[in-house]
Design a protein around this ligand. Sequence first.
Ligand SMILES: Nc1ncnc2c1ncn2[C@@H]1O[C@H](COP(=O)(O)OP(=O)(O)OP(=O)(O)O)[C@@H](O)[C@H]1O
Length: 250
Amino acid sequence: MSEYLLELNDIEAGYGRAALVLRGLTVKVPAGSVVCLVGPNGAGKSTVLKVASGLLTPRSGSIVVDGVDVTGQGPQAMLASGLAHVLQGHSVFREMTVEENVMLGAFTVRDKAKVAERVAFVQSLFPIVGERWKQLAGLLSGGQQKQVEFARSLMVSPKVVLLDEPSMGLDPKTTATVFDQVVRMRDAGIAVLLVEQNARRALETADVGCVLDLGRVHISGPAPELLADPQLGALYLGGRPSEPASTKNR
Ligand SMILES: Nc1ncnc2c1ncn2[C@@H]1O[C@H](COP(=O)(O)OP(=O)(O)OP(=O)(O)O)[C@@H](O)[C@H]1O
């Protein structure tokens, strides 16, 4: 296994003819870790995940998964290489059972024994998924539905899970539970690249933090150090890290 399960190197990416969103972005996800991307609205956090999962092809730069260069491959190939993307918002099918929702994630897995093994794994990692297995997913709470989405993403045995704003729309207590599940995934050996608006909570969970600004990583380091950084505190207040605190909110 490589030191980094995912490397995004010097990525430039954007949408159509519009200006670049990512301008030389480098992010590395070590094995056994949660890396979180924080930054202002529109900084390009979700775009990083779209590039990593093959939904958006970078204009330049490279994507390396566990030592293998996968730059330019589409979503299906990225999934096969070990990257699973849990999109922003709610993607559970409410009229289907929890089982049916989770099994959608096993669509590409042909080996029945492997599928059974993964079912046992996700049910042990997320007990509520096992307890509500035969029930309609729409009957579950928002936080429980998020665990169904996590379970679905793990059916392909990913090396890295890309999580886009898992706390969106959830109350603080449920958010805390969801972040606990993120830690459980990491402790089960799955690296996580996490994008969050809830920067402080995400940094409290993550091992490594990266602050995005103007399309590249502005500050990165161990998450506890970033939490203690006064510049990052200024960013929470809505200003840019390079501005003195006194100019904020003018
Ligand atoms: N499908 C798209 N087509 C065109 N432009 C897009 C598309 N998706 C995002 N953008 C633009 O790319 C930029 C970065 O968006 P992105 O969603 O990556 O930011 P973000 O940091 O995740 O923001 P937020 O915190 O608000 O979710 C924004 O200017 C946005 O308008």
